[in-house]
Design a protein around this ligand. Structure first.
Ligand SMILES: Nc1ncnc2c1ncn2[C@@H]1O[C@H](COP(=O)(O)O)[C@@H](O)[C@H]1OP(=O)(O)O
Ligand SMILES: [Mg+2]
Ligand SMILES: [Mg+2]
Ligand SMILES: [Mg+2]
Length: 394
């Protein structure tokens, strides 16, 4: 529902849930007309087509920047953040680029971005050389897209674009959610990583885009053989109620994708983090064994796992971070809609849906599990039993 409140002649529009328009305290006929036109145009944009096009463009350009850096990776491009996790010129450059492109492409919308990186270290004396390199990378990448007739961005513009990502998100209004490089450790190893961008509207994920520059276009499922000749670079995108599509980052026609429909755990393979520090591999293998999964785990970095799952490369994703780790919304928002619109289910270890409306962090029980609708009940049972066994053996 859209409510228009024109108490002082200025129409204020609030979205509620069902498609009905109410106009309260109208001041004049003119005000009411303005209000109805504004509501109708805002309402029609609820198809999120413009936002999706902008998100695809932003993530594809960011992927281009990241690919360039990964090819030329220099030791000086890697810094350590205060939590000791790595950050590269590509993480910063990707965030600046996505922030800049979204604002440019959607000038009529108020812009709120919840993103991983901030410019603190780049504003220090020691960060100046890195900042110059990032600024050049962003400008060079923008120049590869003919549609930006912008003058060259200055270092200060880049810092400002990065810092747009400080929003707290929440359950009201619209917020973009960005991980500029998800799986930085995979990126540094030359393996999988993703640029993950989603839009929250009133606390719900309404669209998501995952750019996975190193993911083969062909299946990476259990039995698939890979060769260095495999074509790589996938762009997954999903819109609420409209399904999930995949195209190549080079711009092939999108194809609709679906999760695996297997009901038989013996046929199901499962994904988990490459990094043992990110997820408890022993717990996953105990769950898989209980469930009857025969294939060994497929270990890859980043939300590329959600993308691979959405096209049926495997049937299950298990993620159990070590005690004390708090999951951030940018690590799951895009992946979650990509997999759910492809027919999958993503919950915490207790079976609760993931709630992206609580700010920058996800507030969840123990871990994240993803599979198809048919396997979910038996997966939840196996998770519960394995968690009970793990607790009783402490
Ligand atoms: N100690 C940790 N435990 C769990 N996840 C982590 C940890 N440190 C970083 N991450 C985040 O986990 C995600 C990668 O997960 P995966 O193991 O599935 O590749 C990334 O978002 C990564 O952040 P980042 O975005 O900085 O790379
Ligand atoms: Mg990081
Ligand atoms: Mg991440
Ligand atoms: Mg990241």
């Amino acid at each position: 529902m859209v409510t228009i409140n024109c108490s002082r002649g200025v129409p204020k529009i609030t979205y509620l849930s069902t498609p009905k328009i109410t106009i309260t305290n109208l001041f004049s006929k003119r005000a009411s007309l303005v209000a109805i036109v504004a509501a109708a145009s805002s309402f029609s944009s609820m198809s999120y087509d413009t936002e999706l096009a902008a998100a695809k463009k932003a993530a594809s350009l960011a992927a281009r920047l990241c690919q360039k850096v990964q090819k030329e990776l220099l030791q000086s491009d890697v810094q350590s953040k205060s939590d000791k996790s790595p950050v590269t010129v590509a993480d910063y450059g990707s965030q600046a680029l996505v922030s800049f492109v979204l604002e440019r492409e959607l000038p009529s919308e108020s812009f709120s971005l919840v993103a991983e990186e901030d410019s603190g270290d780049l504003r220090k004396e020691s960060g100046q050389e890195t900042l110059q390199r990032i600024t050049k990378l962003v400008n060079d990448t923008l120049a590869t897209d003919g549609s930006f007739s912008v003058p060259t961005l200055a270092a200060e513009d880049v810092l400002r674009a990065i810092d747009c990502g400080k929003s707290e998100g929440g359950s009201h209004g619209r917020h973009w959610v960005l991980d500029p490089i998800d799986g930085t450790k995979g990126f540094l190893r030359g393996d999988q990583y993703a640029i993950a961008l989603a839009l929250l509207d009133e606390g719900k994920v309404v669209l998501g885009v995952l750019a996975c520059p190193n993911l083969p276009l062909a299946s990476i499922g259990g039995d698939s053989r890979h060769s260095s000749h495999d074509e790589v670079g996938c762009l997954f995108f999903a819109k609420v109620g409209a399904g999930t599509y995949m195209q190549s980052l080079d711009g092939s026609s999108p194809i609709k994708v679906h999760v695996s429909t297997t009901e038989n755990p013996e046929e199901a393979s499962f994904f988990e983090s490459f990094e043992a520090a990110h997820s408890l591999h022993d717990l996953s293998s105990s769950i898989a064994k209980k469930l009857g999964v025969k294939a060994p785990p497929v270990r890859i970095d980043s939300q590329a796992k959600y993308g691979a799952l959405s096209r049926g490369d495997g049937a299950i994703y298990l993620r159990f971070p070590h005690k004390g780790y708090r999951e951030k919304i940018w690590d799951h928002a895009a992946g979650c809609i990509v997999v759910t619109e492809a027919g999958g289910v993503a919950t915490d270890a207790a079976g609760n849906p993931l709630d992206f409306s609580k700010g920058r962090y996800l507030d969840l029980d123990t871990g994240i599990i993803v599979t198809n609708q048919k396997l979910m009940p038996s997966l939840l049972k196996a998770v519960r039993e394995s968690l009970e066994e793990a607790t009783s053996s402490l």
